[in-house]
Design a protein around this ligand. Structure first.
Ligand code: IPM
Ligand code: MG
Length: 356
């Protein structure tokens, strides 16, 4: 019997509205052509427009509504009409934290047909996955402002590291590295400047590493690791990082592989207590929103990660190969890749490369 999945689709803001429908089309086509699965989609109009009508980014019982879905397919959130901390906190962070999606997975692979900003890099030279802690650190929401507006005003943003939170993300990185050819994990630290939080991180990294003798490791201060991403990306395989460092490093690795329009991500609850959420890294891109020229590949690739997470590896693989073929041929390219194709044309090209 054909497997069915209930997917909550939240295109959100800006180009999310354009790339998500393109992604959905490819995900559905792959299921049909492989006769592997069908998607029961429920679309939600949550986001900044919803906020302007209702005063919230999603309904008060939004998490309850999402809880029983198999996965969430997300576009982007944030638009100049609503302050960023409201749009993000009210939707994306609320879902990531509310569903304890503690792994943010951000692969960056240089594909044939795409130029890296680094000279002389060839396909395969860069193949990095950033494993970003996704629920705590500086994003935990701890802190505040006191004496607001007075000369003695104080602002604090407290970095929260829990033993459970740190250990589980590091373990995830090691388990992932085990399934990759190079089996290497690099830990991003800054224990020289932050000896409490990153000190705990370093201790737990060493402890967990001890349980994975088949995985090689190194530990590097995040600033020099940022430079290494640029100078020697070939030396990197899996990077494990706290929330903020992972945020920054994943923009660097995303840029290295040619375009943020290609960068996918997954916000995962590995224990599967709650639905996981799959979204392109690029965000809502207000500057090009509404023009139909956004690259849908990051959204399509994120959808492939969703299928893989749901156990549909053959379809995920077929979609990835179709993306690779499309980029290798280079006949259809959106402006971020130096071409003039539209979102729809790019998605159609990927569709055309799926097995019949
Ligand atoms: C990301 C983004 C977000 C983050 C912003 C928009 C809050 O940069 O998903 O990487 O920092 O998590
Ligand atoms: Mg970011």
């Amino acid at each position: 019997m054909m497997q069915r999945y209930r997917i909550a689709v939240i295109p959100g803001d800006g180009i999310g509205q354009e790339v998500v429908p393109a992604g959905v089309e490819v995900l559905q086509a792959a299921g049909e052509r492989l006769a592997a699965y069908a998607l029961d989609l429920v679309w939600f109009d949550w986001g900044c427009d919803y906020y302007l009508r209702h005063g919230r980014m999603m309904p008060a019982d939004g998490l309850e509504i999402l809880r029983d879905f198999d996965a969430i397919y997300f576009g982007a959130c944030g638009f100049p009409t609503v302050p960023d901390h409201i749009s993000l906190g009210g939707l994306r962070l609320a879902i990531c934290q509310g569903f304890d999606q503690y792994v943010c997975l951000r692969p960056a692979r240089l594909l044939a047909g795409v130029a890296s900003p680094l000279a002389g890099k060839r396909p395969g030279d860069i193949d990095i996955v950033v494993v970003r802690e996704n629920t705590e650190g500086l994003y935990a929401g701890a802190g505040g402002r006191t004496h607001r507006g007075l000369p003695i005003e104080v602002a604090t943003q407290i970095q929260v590291f829990t033993r459970v939170g740190v250990e589980r993300i590091i373990r995830y990185a090691f388990d992932l590295a085990r399934r990759r050819p190079r089996r290497h994990v690099t830990s991003a630290t800054k224990a020289n400047a932050c000896p409490y939080t990153l000190g705990l991180w370093d201790e737990l990294f060493a402890q967990v590493a001890g349980a994975y003798p088949d995985v090689t490791t190194d530990v590097q201060l995040v600033d020099s690791l940022a430079a290494r991403c640029v100078n020697k990306p070939e030396s990197l395989d899996v990077i494990v990082a706290d929330n903020l460092f992972g945020d920054i490093l994943s923009d660097i690795t995303g840029a290295l592989v040619g375009s943020l329009g290609l960068a996918p991500s997954a916000n995962i609850d590995p224990e599967r207590r709650y639905p996981s959420m799959f979204e392109p890294v690029h965000g809502s891109a207000p500057d090009i929103a509404g023009r139909g020229i956004a690259n849908p590949i990051a959204a399509i690739w994120s959808g492939a990660m969703m299928l893989e997470f749901l156990g549909q590896e053959p379809a995920a693989g077929a979609i990835l190969r179709a993306i690779e073929e499309t980029l290798r041929e280079g006949a259809v390219r959106t402006p971020d890749l130096g071409g003039q194709a539209t979102t729809r044309q790019m998605a159609a090209a990927v569709l055309a490369h799926l097995p019949i």
